[in-house]
Every structure is written in structure tokens, then in C-alpha cells.
Design a protein around this ligand. Structure first.
Ligand code: FAD
Ligand code: EPU
Length: 339
């Protein structure tokens, strides 16, 4: 298949950052992907895999091949007494996949409605929202080694999932392209509605025994209220992870800020990074075209015309402000390319 050259990526990332790829290709079939990887191996090209571009910051041009999987397809490939085994190709848009499953009564993904991006990227940071992460539903996946094109099957355990983490961000970073993912979805729904936002949304709608579709609709309504749509205001979702701190650190912060928002964890507490950023004075504040969103300080937005350097400058200023006020280091969630 043909490579496009000097390809502009501005419309391929939700922060709308200008960047160019020396080469670009979007394979639509498994065969195209295999033959592409053979070419890459032969030409010794650096490769970057790009999904929907909703969790990346382009801070420069990419002097290699940007490979965007465009393989589509969803099928049920097996079942047990309680579950369907559903396989989806990497290029399927995640929100459409969730709706497709719900429409067929394959349950368990409703809390993950409306998360942007692709099926192939979902395991990379173990996407999560409203009490469900894909580690709770993923069965296994198939990936190809970028350097050789060799196919490798990954079990759930092989993926080494954590909070916004997987082996693909750690030991195997930039080594594999995920080609298809398999999920175990419930025949009888087991709904997760404990999150306060979901409880409130269902109460407002007068629903006390929700269906999975009603949970999905509630999640979509909450997300639409809280998060800017990238189609309207460029952003990459939460820009930082919620930091996990020890009980001692939490107690120290609580002694100075009794209203700190924290969620207990096995080994300490997760702090609400949005709250930390708001307290540090950054909610709604900008430097040039980039700022912390006025309704959710954890989301950095590009009001128009920003570069990756502008985004990183604001992110660094926020990190410094939070560290100096709370002694806590915020870790960026999106992957930065080009620096
Ligand atoms: P990209 O941004 O294109 O890529 C992200 C990383 O994955 C890159 O390092 C890329 O190389 C790698 N990658 C992508 N596809 C593949 C593949 N097939 N094989 C190997 N590597 C690959 N995330 C959450 O977890 N929860 C949320 O609630 C959430 N809400 C969001 C809301 C908004 C408005 C936005 C803009 C983002 C949000 N995100 C959320 C972040 C983002 O949607 C997810 O991280 C998503 O999985 C990224 O998918 P993508 O296809 O856009 O990946
Ligand atoms: N908050 C503030 N000020 C702000 C923003 C938030 O005080 O400016 C407070 C909220 O009032 C709330 C708490 O912080 O009490 C948490 O906020 P929210 O419920 O909006 O969730 P979050 O922790 O900011 C996380 C995920 C989201 C996910 C939601 C729902 C991370 C980094 N972010 O956001 O994921 O959708 O929970 O589960 O874990 C993403 O990863 O890109 C993402 C959007």
C-alpha cells in the first residue's frame, strides 16, 4: 500500500496541534497491515501508531511513518453460560463499539460510553470512567511486533493493567501495534451505578431500576456536561492522572486543606487532580491559546492556534503551581511526541 508523504496531522489529534508525519498510512485490512510492517522492517523506518489522536500531544514533526489502523469489524466469536466473547478490530471507534454492543444486549461497557478514540488504543492506558476500566472486561488481544511483523497473543495478565497503565506504556512501549481486542461481555447486566454522579443523574431522571442503555445515557449526559467536546473545543481529556499519595501525605494536606477531595486506595489515597489545580488558581486560566478548562480544571484546552510547546508550557506551569502548594507531583496522562 502507498505511503502519503509530508502528511499534516492537525485534524488527526483532538488538541488540534499542527505537526507533520514524513510518511502516513492507514491500513484497512489485516493483509495491508502485514505488508506495511514488512516494508517498515525492510526500510528500517521509525513507526508511531496513531488511533483517534485523543490522548497525544504533538510537539514536533515525526520523521518516520505514522501508522493509523483503519481495520473495522465487530463479531461475537464465542460464549459461555454467562458471557459473550466479542472481538473488535483496532480501527473501530470506541464510542460506536460501546453502542453496537448495547444494541445487541452484550453488556458491561455502558460506563465507558462516549470515551473518544479507538478500540486498539483502549488497552494502552486501560481506559476507565465511572467505576469501570477495560481491565474489568478485556479477555485478550492480538498485536503485531512493529520491528518484525510477528503476531503475538496477549492474555489479560500479559497486559499488566493498572490505573491508566499497561505493559504497552511500560516495558513494551512503542514495540507493538494492537490489531484486535477481545472482550467478555455479560448476558445478564451487572450494572455499576455507585458513582455519585450516576446516582444523581438517574435520580433526576426518576429512574430507580435502570437498564444498561439508561446507564449509558446517564453517563453520556454527565460527560457532555463536564467535558468539552473536541469537535467544539480542542482537548485531550484529563491532562494529568489523579495522583496516588500515602496516608501521611494525605493527612498533611488535610491539615492545611480540610476540604481536599480524596478517594481511599489500598495503600493511601487518590487525590482529585482537578481540585488541586483549581485550588492552585488555574481553573479557567490561560497562557496564550492554552488554558485549564473553565468547567473542569483537569482538562487543558486549545482555544485556537496552539502548538505542542504552548500546551507543554501550561502543563509545566500547572505542575509547578500544584507542587509548590501541595508538595504533589502531577503526571501527564497523554503521550508527548516530538521532544
Ligand atoms: P491515540 O491518542 O491516538 O493514542 C494514544 C496512545 O496509544 C499513543 O501512544 C499511541 O501510539 C497508542 N496507540 C493508539 N492505538 C494503538 C494501537 N492500535 N496499537 C498500539 N498503540 C496504539 N480516557 C479515559 O481513560 N477515560 C476517560 O473518561 C476519557 N475521557 C476523555 C474525554 C475526552 C474529551 C478526550 C479528548 C479524551 C478522553 N480520554 C479518556 C483519553 C482518550 O480518549 C483515551 O486514552 C483513548 O483510549 C485514546 O484513544 P485514541 O485512539 O485516540 O489513541
Ligand atoms: N473537581 C474540582 N475542580 C475541578 C475539577 C474537578 O473540584 O476543576 C472535583 C470534582 O468536583 C469532583 C472531583 O474533583 O469532586 C473529581 O472530578 P470528576 O468527577 O470530574 O473526575 P476526574 O477525577 O477529574 C476522572 C478521570 C476521567 C473520567 C472521570 C469519571 C482521570 C485522570 N480522569 O476524572 O477520565 O472520565 O474520572 O470517572 O482519572 C481521562 O482520563 O481523560 C478522563 C476524562
Amino acid at each position: 500500500m502507498r505511503f502519503l508523504e509530508n502528511f499534516l496531522l492537525t485534524d488527526r489529534n483532538t488538541l488540534k496541534l499542527p505537526s507533520r508525519a514524513r510518511f502516513f498510512a492507514a491500513p484497512e485490512t489485516r493483509d495491508e497491515l502485514h505488508s506495511l510492517l514488512n516494508t517498515v522492517t525492510a526500510r528500517n523506518l521509525p513507526v508511531m501508531v496513531l488511533g483517534g489522536g485523543s490522548n497525544v500531544v504533538f510537539a514536533g514533526d515525526f520523521q518516520g511513518l505514522v501508522l493509523q489502523p483503519a481495520m473495522r469489524g465487530i463479531r461475537c466469536i464465542g460464549e459461555t453460560a454467562g458471557h459473550y466473547l466479542v472481538e473488535a478490530e483496532a480501527g473501530e471507534p470506541w464510542p460506536d463499539f460501546v453502542q453496537y454492543c448495547l444494541a445487541r444486549n452484550w453488556y458491561g461497557l455502558e460506563n465507558l460510553s462516549l470515551i473518544p478514540g479507538t478500540v486498539g488504543a483502549a488497552p494502552i492506558q486501560n481506559i476507565g470512567a465511572y467505576g469501570v476500566e477495560i481491565t474489568d472486561r478485556l479477555h485478550s488481544l492480538t498485536a503485531l511486533e512493529l520491528a518484525t511483523g510477528r503476531v503475538r497473543e496477549f492474555s489479560h495478565a500479559d497486559c499488566r493493567f493498572g490505573y491508566r497503565e499497561s505493559v504497552f506504556k511500560q516495558d513494551l512501549r512503542d514495540r507493538y501495534i494492537i490489531a484486535r481486542v477481545r472482550f467478555l461481555l455479560q448476558k445478564k447486566p451487572v450494572l455499576k451505578t455507585a458513582y455519585a454522579d450516576i446516582q444523581q443523574e438517574l435520580a433526576v431522571r426518576g429512574i430507580d431500576a435502570p437498564t444498561p442503555q439508561q446507564v449509558a445515557t446517564a453517563v453520556i449526559a454527565i460527560r457532555t456536561r463536564k467535558l468539552p467536546s473536541p469537535a467544539v473545543l480542542a482537548n485531550a481529556g484529563s491532562f494529568f492522572k489523579n495522583p496516588v499519595v500515602s496516608v501521611a501525605v494525605l493527612d498533611e494536606i488535610k491539615s492545611r486543606f480540610p476540604d481536599v477531595i480524596a478517594y481511599p486506595q489500598a495503600d493511601g489515597a487518590k487525590l482529585a487532580a482537578g481540585w488541586l489545580i483549581e485550588k492552585a488558581g488555574w481553573k479557567g486560566r490561560s497562557i496564550g491559546p492554552v488554558g485549564a478548562y473553565e468547567k473542569q480544571a483537569l482538562v487543558l484546552v486549545n482555544h485556537g492556534g496552539a502548538t505542542g510547546a504552548d500546551v507543554i508550557a501550561v502543563a509545566s506551569a500547572i505542575q509547578q503551581a500544584v507542587t509548590s502548594m501541595f508538595g504533589v507531583q502531577l503526571e501527564m496522562e497523554p503521550r508527548i511526541y516530538g521532544i
